[in-house]
Every structure is written in structure tokens, then in C-alpha cells.
Design a protein around this ligand. Structure first.
Ligand code: UDP
Ligand code: MG
Length: 324
């Protein structure tokens, strides 16, 4: 059976970029698929139309009619967001290698041959790292740097700084993500970095958008950052415990201070201060304890895999357990 490269493209109101994207990517894919070092293979361009309200649907239909062997289109009933679009692409792509790209040519298709070379070297996951983002202003670059530093500090996974939604995985990694990490609050580029396997990075220069405008407003980026931090870290839930310890400690100091300086103060003053300090410390600690339980509930609900097996070497067939 011949093997296949799937390029997954999320599309939301990209009428002015789609044709150029198709031309460039199709040309490069054709060459790459023919010249792939491990033997020629087929390719698929899987567009996920995320409820576009412009002419994108029409253009995609035209592309598919003109090249039905290579172009597939999934159309959402409404806009569900970029993460949902990438997830649908992941689920429906039929390739042995999946490459996720934006439709605006910010992710250079010229990198596809280099990605395939990495697969040929035996890597399962290739994270594309931006060296420069021409369209993002200094503010966006600084906040993105801060965000990655924060998430790496407070969560268990190590995220590649400057990682993007441009990444590639082989079938083994895709199968894991098709069955696990099916949370509703999603951060696919984080999941990709979380599942193990042989990973490598390639750097690329993010080009300027060919047409149209970014759909990620500051508000949307803020939501994505908050969601991903909460997705990957229990730390915010545990703030209560730390606040409890801190207010307990400050309370003790304040109690000592009040006891020494209560001469001349109105009667009952020391009692009020002590009672307040005590109550706040207890309250924060209780919040922290509840946070701890919620964190466990949250992890259970996310239902992430306890382990991920890459392969089992068991020629004797002694272990027959279904693994997952
Ligand atoms: N996109 C999408 N659904 C959305 C918003 C964006 O599928 O709700 C697509 C969009 O068409 C593009 C990609 O996701 O192909 C990245 O979006 P954009 O270029 O606006 O983000 P930026 O590159 O500025 O971060
Ligand atoms: Mg873009």
C-alpha cells in the first residue's frame, strides 16, 4: 500500500489566501512526495473550513473539483475555532505523516521537504519553532516569551518556547492523540509536546500573512494562554494553600506585635486582630485544600493516559494485556 503525506489546513475566512496557498503547497508536495527518500508516496491536502462566512467554501469546492485526488474538504456547521479545526483534521486525515499548517502561508510550505527528511531519520514528531515573526509586534513577541517561561515553570510538561501551530507527526503519534487527550478545552500544540516519542525541532521564519488579517485578537490570545495554563498546571488551584501559609505566618507576626503594643489600645483590639488573622489563615488553607481536591477531579475528568506505549517487544507472547 502506498504511503501518504497529509497536510491539514484550518481555514477561517481566507478567501484571498487559499488559491495561492494551494498553488504553492501543492507544487511542493508533488515534488516532495515523488522524491521522498523512503520511496515515493501520495499526498493529501485536507482543508478544514471552520465556518467561514466569506467565499472560502466556494473556493475550496473549486479546488477540490479541479484536483479531487489530492484535495479533501471538511466543512464545519459553524465556527468552532482553530483548535477544533486542527482536531478534526487530525481525526480525518488518512496520511502516514500529518503536517499541520495555517492557510495564510505564514508557515512556509518550503519546509515540507525538511520535515519529511526528519521523518526519514526516524523522528515521530517535528515541532516547528519560529525564529522570527514578521507580523507580530514587539509586544506580542515579549508576551509570548513570558508566557512560555511561565508555563514551563508551573507545569510538568516542557513546552518548546516559540512553538507554533505548525507541527508534524507520524501515524503512531496521531493515533495516540486520536484516542487520548480528548478534552474539550484544547491546546493541541501542548498535547503534541506532552506525549513523548522521538521529537525534534526545526526552525522557520514566519512570513507575513499573504492576505487578510489575523483572527487572533489580544482577547482571544489571552483566553488561549489562560486555558492552556489551566490545562497543564494545577498550580493556580494550589494558590490557596500558599496564601494560607503566608497569611498564617503574617498573622503570627501581627499577633506578637499586637500583644506587645496593646498598651493604650482600646479594649478588645488585640482579640479582634488575633481572631481576624486566625480566621483568614484557616479560610485560605481550606480554599487550598478544596483546590487540591478540585485538581484531582479535574485530572480525572481530563482522562489523560496513564502511560503511552511506543512498542512492546514480547516475542514469547507472555504479556497479553490490552494496553492503553
Ligand atoms: N483559523 C480557524 N478558525 C478560527 C480562527 C483561525 O481555523 O476561528 C485559522 C486561520 O484561517 C488560519 C489559522 O487558523 O489558517 C491561524 O489563524 P491566524 O492566521 O488568524 O492566526 P495568527 O497566525 O495571526 O496567530
Ligand atoms: Mg496566521
Amino acid at each position: 500500500m502506498s504511503r501518504c503525506i497529509s497536510v491539514i489546513v484550518s481555514v477561517y475566512n481566507e478567501e484571498n489566501a487559499l488559491e495561492r496557498f494551494y498553488e504553492t503547497t501543492n507544487r511542493i508536495l508533488k515534488e516532495t512526495a515523488a522524491a521522498y527518500t523512503q520511496g515515493p508516496c501520495g499526498y493529501q491536502l485536507l482543508f478544514v473550513n471552520d465556518g467561514s462566512t466569506d467565499r472560502s467554501a466556494e473556493i475550496l469546492d473549486k479546488l477540490r473539483e479541479a484536483d479531487p485526488d489530492h484535495v479533501s474538504v471538511i466543512r464545519f456547521s459553524r465556527n468552532f475555532g482553530h483548535e477544533a479545526a486542527m482536531t478534526a483534521g487530525l481525526d480525518y486525515a488518512c496520511g502516514d505523516w500529518l503536517i499541520f499548517m495555517d492557510a495564510d502561508l505564514q508557515h512556509p510550505p518550503a519546509m515540507i521537504p525538511a520535515i519529511m527528511d526528519r521523518f526519514a531519520e526516524g523522528y515521530n514528531i517535528i515541532n516547528m519553532v519560529r525564529t522570527r515573526n514578521e507580523t507580530a509586534g514587539t509586544l506580542k513577541n515579549i508576551t509570548s516569551g513570558l508566557y512560555y517561561r511561565l508555563i514551563n515553570r508551573i507545569s510538568d510538561v516542557k513546552m518548546e518556547p516559540a512553538a507554533s501551530d505548525f507541527f508534524a507527526m507520524d501515524r503512531a503519534a496521531a493515533e495516540v492523540l486520536r484516542h487520548n487527550y480528548r478534552e474539550k478545552v484544547r491546546f493541541l500544540r501542548g498535547f503534541v509536546q506532552n506525549i513523548g516519542f522521538r521529537k525534534t525541532t526545526l526552525s522557520y521564519e514566519a512570513a507575513a500573512r499573504v492576505a487578510g488579517q489575523s483572527h487572533y485578537s489580544f482577547k482571544k490570545l489571552w483566553k488561549l494562554s489562560m486555558d492552556s495554563i489551566i490545562c497543564f498546571s494545577n498550580m493556580p488551584l494550589k494558590l490557596g494553600i500558599y496564601a494560607g501559609f503566608l497569611s498564617g505566618l503574617l498573622g503570627v507576626l501581627l499577633i506578637v506585635y499586637t500583644l506587645f503594643t496593646r498598651e493604650g489600645a482600646p479594649s478588645g483590639y488585640a482579640t479582634i486582630v488575633i481572631a481576624l488573622c486566625f480566621m483568614f489563615a484557616v479560610l485560605f488553607m481550606l480554599l487550598g485544600i478544596m483546590g487540591g481536591y478540585i485538581a484531582i477531579l479535574f485530572r480525572e475528568m481530563q482522562d489523560r493516559p496513564i502511560y503511552i506505549i511506543e512498542d512492546i517487544r514480547d516475542e514469547a507472547g507472555t504479556g497479553s494485556k490490552e494496553a492503553g
